[in-house]
Write a protein that binds this ligand. Structure first.
Ligand code: EPU
Length: 427
């Protein structure tokens, strides 16, 4: 049975919620468990999300045991692992490609169906494969799958043409068990990379420079079990801060790392939002009226592409004309046509969206085309007059834990309603 999300908007949200653990930190950390031999990785603050279930199923398929309950996850990795990944699971989630580096390092071979494009762009993994080849892997593409082999990976100097998050993570995991030193230049600097590096260091890895553009890794023979806490989810936390701002409400997000979302907080302050930032809490003060701002998405510490749809929703109600340039993904604008159904005035010119603020939005039937596009529609729906019905809410459940409960605790009028698989917006 499918579900749709029904919201009645135009009411200021009020109250506080606690940020979940970061999906995009938990996924690579889970994949890193494959690097241990007979070890247990104990994770805390793991969010209960569809993507986490998919990664758990993938690890189980490869021979690991995964136990997950109330934010705590134990992954037990045996001596022998399977190195061929099941196509059905890999196709469900692009982040499945994060097992490639660990499998190659631990099992000396791996087969991974090439993850296809997705709604936000073609998203190739050429940088992952180029880096692994530099480390001595032989890689063939056969029948739509990557076949990789290496006796033992060798340390190498790798320059990434783009600071890809996934490529940095895959290469970092491959390098910890390689022979000699690996230097990853133009590495991604996202906080999730440092959460992974800290996990690997606790397992016995030797890593220096994570969080900067140059990561140095000295390969070791074996890694052991350890425990780690997943960092707060900066994108989820930001989405609720934006929910406070877009409804002119008074929302406090607790248990977060405000320095991980400086790009958003600075932009919101530039737009005139009243924020209070104290310790691990950010609060939006009531009666915020936003003014237009311009921004471009960039790798961290630039403005995150994963917040582009949500801030666009907020800017649709700001005074004046805002310009957003999407520089990370090639087609991350599928939310635009859905937002327009709610009265947003947005013009697209290539990788740029020009947004003219309007006074009011009107609830409509819309479709969540991907995770963050869905989050943007939720924000617009919270601010709009009348009812908004969001189909394909499964996309939202890939990244937001207990979203309905959290919004209700802030006074949002939100419910999940079962619907037929083929039911969709009636235009
Ligand atoms: N790219 C290449 N070749 C590669 C790798 C990437 O051309 O080998 C391109 C991609 O096509 C894209 C850009 O580089 O245009 C950025 O891709 P990146 O590899 O940095 O992203 P990712 O690792 O696939 C992670 C997050 C995404 C987030 C991006 C950017 C996870 C599991 N996913 O994806 O999260 O948008 O980094 O910050 O960490 C989301 O949570 O909604 C989401 C899509």
């Amino acid at each position: 049975m499918n579900h749709k999300l029904v919201l009645r908007g135009d009411r200021p949200l009020k109250g506080s919620i606690t940020a979940q653990g970061a999906k995009n930190a938990a996924l690579p950390v889970m994949a890193s468990a494959l690097l241990m031999k007979n070890g247990t990785l104990e994770l805390s603050r793991v969010p209960d999300l569809h993507d986490i279930q998919t990664m758990s199923d993938l690890l189980r398929n490869l021979g690991a045991e995964v136990h997950f309950s109330e934010g705590k996850m134990n992954i037990v990795t045996p001596d022998q692992l399977d190195w061929a990944t099941p196509p059905a699971l890999v196709r469900k989630m692009r982040a499945s490609s994060l097992v490639l580096g660990p499998l190659l390092a631990r099992c000396h071979r791996a087969v991974l169906p090439l993850p296809g494009g997705c709604a936000i762009g073609s998203r190739p993994i050429d940088l992952h494969l180029k880096g692994l080849t530099k480390m001595g892997a032989e890689i063939r593409l056969e029948h739509g799958s990557v076949h990789a082999e290496a006796s033992r990976l060798k340390g190498a100097r790798i320059y990434l043409d783009f600071p890809s998050v996934g490529a940095t993570e895959n290469l970092l995991m491959a390098a910890v068990l390689a022979e000699g030193e690996t230097v990853i230049e133009n590495a991604a600097r996202e906080p999730e990379i440092s959460n992974l590096a800290e996990t690997l260091i606790r397992m016995g890895g030797q890593i220096d420079g994570d969080g900067t553009g140059t990561i140095r890794v000295k390969g070791v023979e074996e890694l052991h079990g350890t425990e780690i806490t997943i960092i707060p989810d900066r994108i989820e936390a930001s989405t609720y801060i934006l929910a406070g701002a877009i409804t002119g409400g008074d929302v406090t997000v607790k248990g977060m790392e405000p320095e991980h979302l400086e790009a958003l907080l600075a932009k919101l302050e530039e737009a005139g939002a009243h924020l209070s930032i104290q310790g691990d809490c950010v609060r939006t003060l009531p009666d915020t009226l936003l003014s237009a701002v311009s921004l471009k998405t960039l790798p961290y510490p630039g403005f995150p592409t994963d917040l582009q749809p949500q801030i666009m929703a907020a800017l649709c109600l700001a005074r004046g004309t805002s310009v957003i340039q999407e520089r990370v993904f090639e087609s991350r604008f599928l939310h635009v046509s859905e937002l327009k159904r709610m009265g947003c005035q947005i013009e697209l010119q290539g990788d740029t969206a020009i947004i003219t603020g309007v006074e009011h939005l009107t609830g409509a039937e819309v479709r969540a085309t991907d995770l963050r596009a869905g989050a943007a529609l939720v924000l617009a729906g919270l601010a709009a007059n009348g009812y908004t019905c969001i189909y394909q809410m499964g996309h939202i459940q890939r990244g937001y834990e207990n979203m309905v409960e959290k919004l209700r605790s802030l006074g949002g009028d939100v419910e999940i309603v079962p619907c037929d698989e083929n039911e969709g917006p009636k235009f």
